[in-house]
Design a protein around this ligand. Structure first.
Ligand code: IMP
Length: 429
């Protein structure tokens, strides 16, 4: 069975926890886009694990974890994550990195930061991890792929060209910075090559073989639909396609092999970085939710912007990705709210829109419309099944399900691995 898991809002929906839940029965987990701008948290009996590049299934030894061709890999970060796992007694023998995956090179984070600085007030609020510049180089065909690490002569020749002819002139002439020394970079990257060599493979035959034997394959989405380069709030987006289409091109799995797409949503909405956010809360309620939910970026530590659940966004995500099952996470963060609101659409120039607007300048003039519901005002963390949830909480979930026209099969009631309520549907059986 092949399952695609996508984030349905602006990221940080709690995907790591759902992936961990599904990875227990998965034979293979594949990351297909993004890079170390992602931060997936998994809490087990052994404590908290934060993954940026390594697929969250790594904690299950039976699960082959693939960093797919569509990911941009910073080798420094990947090696750090491998070391951190080893320090906790986990040898990532089940990790594979696609030869075709591009690298975030030493200069990419710097260019990310410099480009943001020159944008001034129009900056995007990127994570400064070099993601945009790395994908831009991939498209310009001056990128370096992980497999290139295994070809010293090629690396030498290409670094000489890219660093001296492309990067250094911009860095020195435009930004007044210090040039990179490509020769020392050759040595540096050959060091990474040695350490990463056991993990680098052509993932095509491996994934095809897994498909042939009908293995359980999980495509682990990073970021989210509203950050999608094509369908998100452009230009306030990331530089990859976190929606379902990106999962396929980023792994090499054909569309006809996909059995199920799961959309992960948070019971409210959050966003890091700039850009439109129609249901944003700028009052005390937003502050309370941020504090209770520890809504500070896993990667950058920035406070996340908080808002009510936006059903127009979630419905759009479901339709765009072909979501047939939804997970609604972090409901417990709303435990103490007396009144809950759900954005059902936007009023713009006298018309009601039930989906996000393509032209982001229109958001300035659009007014969100809300349904109001009473909160449950009790702790739901101990709920073991649907009937354990308070009636108002079930009503809230049902209303969200109705508005997004998708069944909610998984409900997150707390940070621990066991704090889940499922509604009967078996996944990966
Ligand atoms: P970039 O991906 O670093 O280029 O950042 C572009 C936008 O995507 C910024 O608004 C980031 O805050 C946002 N972003 C990137 N990765 C994530 C993520 O994993 N969760 C939430 N927001 C993200």
């Amino acid at each position: 069975m092949v399952i695609i898991l996508v984030g349905g809002q602006w990221g940080d929906e709690g995907k790591g926890k759902v992936i961990d839940y599904l990875a227990a029965k998965a034979d293979m987990v594949i990351r297909s886009q993004g890079g170390n701008n992602a931060g997936h948290t998994v809490i087990t009996e052994d404590g908290e694990f934060k993954f940026q590049l390594i697929p969250s299934g790594i904690l299950y030894p039976q699960c082959t974890c693939v960093i797919g061709n569509g990911v941009v890999v910073d080798p420094i970060v990947l090696l750090k994550e491998i070391t951190q796992l080893r320090e906790r007694g986990i040898e990532p023998k089940n990790l594979i990195v696609s030869e075709r995956a591009h690298m975030v090179m030493r200069y990419h984070p710097l260019f990310d930061q410099l480009e943001e600085e020159v944008r001034g007030d129009d900056r995007l609020g990127t994570t400064w991890r070099g993601i945009g510049p790395a994908y831009a180089d991939k498209v310009r065909r001056i990128g370096f792929r992980i497999g290139d690490l295994q070809k010293e002569g090629f690396m030498r020749k290409k670094l000489a060209f890219v660093v001296d002819q492309v990067k250094n002139p911009i860095l020195t002439k435009l930004y007044g910075g210090e040039p990179y020394d490509w020769e020392s970079m050759v040595g540096e990257y050959m060091g990474y090559a040695k350490q990463l060599d056991p993990y680098i493979k052509d993932t095509f035959p491996l994934i095809q073989e897994a498909l042939d034997r009908k293995a359980n394959i999980l495509l682990e989405g990073a970021q989210a639909t509203m950050l999608d380069l094509d369908f998100g709030t452009y230009p306030y987006v990331t530089s990859s396609n976190p929606s379902a289409g990106g999962a396929l091109t980023g792994s090499g799995i054909p569309p006809t092999k996909v059995d199920l797409t799961i959309g992960v949503f948070k019971a409210y909405t959050s966003r890091v970085g700039y850009g439109p956010f129609p249901s944003e809360l700028t009052d005390d309620v937003g502050d309370q939710i941020r504090e209770r939910g520890h809504e500070f970026g896993t990667v950058t530590g920035r406070p996340r912007r908080i808002g009510w659940f936006d059903a127009a966004v979630a419905r759009y995500s479901c339709r765009l990705n072909g979501v047939s099952v939804a997970a609604l996470m972090r409901l417990d963060i709303l435990d103490d709210q007396p009144l809950l609101k759900i954005c059902t659409g936007y009023r713009f120039r006298g018309q009601v829109h039930d989906h996000p607007l393509a032209n982001i300048s229109h958001y300035k003039h659009c007014e969100p419309m809300y349904d109001e519901m009473p909160g449950w005002q009790s702790e739901i963390g101990a709920a073991k099944c649907w009937d354990d949830l308070p009636a108002q909480c079930r009503d809230y979930i049902e209303r969200v399900g109705e508005l997004i026209a998708t069944p909610i099969e998984l409900v997150g009631t707390g940070p621990r691995r066991d704090q889940f309520v499922t509604r009967g549907r078996k996944l990966f059986d």
